[in-house]
Write a protein that binds this ligand. Structure first.
Ligand SMILES: C[S@@+](CC[C@H](N)C(=O)[O-])C[C@H]1O[C@@H](n2cnc3c(N)ncnc32)[C@H](O)[C@@H]1O
Length: 245
């Protein structure tokens, strides 16, 4: 098992708790409402579908949603949650789809989990091929917060309550734009360590990568409620369509 896959398998065990702490479970309906309008009553494919946090409410809005994920544990969580949404094991860095979709989307920081520029471009290329001619690609990414790092490192406390402490330690590798991190989860007398790696991308680099695969930026928002993207935004929701339309 590769390091990357091991990371995903570990995360599945704390996924629901972590999402509720981060407010990600609560915003899933808002995310689905945003995405629904690009489906035009048709179909959508989620890259890194996870437990169906977004796919389930999108499907409940009448969209035919499918998804891929490379983690058996996450796919198991997904299968426990719904049998309406088809989800299968595939690497989003290089996938082929017989079907074409109105919408392909990649939520949260999932694209960052591909840790090289080449893998990220390859993912966008696969996504572009999976779209109908007039289809839409939506990508959510955090705005990189590299300015918070001191001496190339950062420690963040996400939660402290009577039962749990979540502390994340990050090291910045500027040459590869990689963040190497470990989440330490202290609970009672136990501590669990969840290592990970991600490659951050600025929004303009994402536009350039999209252009490399024949897509162009159509819209950019600061959140799923269609708030403006500003210099204070912590993330962006970027919407791409085929450049030759
Ligand atoms: C941060 S979670 C997001 C899950 C879901 N998209 C959501 O918004 O709740 C990232 C998901 O992407 C999956 N993933 C990571 N790398 C992947 C890859 N190379 N191919 C397919 N799925 C991947 C993980 O297993 C995990 O389920």
């Amino acid at each position: 098992m590769s390091d990357d896959v091991a990371y995903n398998e570990n995360w599945a065990s704390i996924w629901e708790k972590f999402n509720s702490i981060r407010g990600r479970a609560a915003e899933a309906d808002e995310t689905a409402a945003f995405l629904e309008r690009y489906c035009r009553g048709g179909s959508a494919l989620e890259l890194g579908i996870g437990d169906g946090r977004v796919a389930v409410p999108l499907s409940e809005r009448g969209v035919r949603v499918e998804g891929i994920d490379n983690s058996d544990s996450m796919l198991n969580l997904h299968a426990k949650r719904t049998d309406v949404i088809k989800a299968w094991k595939a690497d989003m860095a290089n996938f082929t789809s017989e079907q074409r979709y109105n919408l392909v989307y990649c939520a949260y920081h999932t694209l960052m989990m591909l840790v090289t520029r080449e893998a990220q471009i390859s993912c966008l290329r696969s996504a572009a091929k999976a779209l109908h001619d007039e289809g839409t690609l939506v990508i959510e990414l955090p705005v990189p917060a590299i300015g918070d790092f001191v001496g190339g490192q950062k420690t963040t406390t996400t939660l402290v309550d009577h039962e749990n402490t979540f502390v994340t330690a990050d090291i910045h590798d500027p040459l590869s734009q990689n963040l190497v991190s470990t989440l330490l989860w202290f609970s009672g007398t136990s501590v669990r360590s969840l290592p990970g790696r991600a490659r951050y991308v600025y929004h303009q680099e994402l536009d350039t990568m999209a252009e490399c695969v024949g897509l162009k930026l159509a819209e950019r928002w600061g959140d799923w409620a269609r708030g403006e993207f500003t210099e204070g935004s912590k993330r962006h929701i970027s919407v791409y369509r085929r450049a030759d339309l």
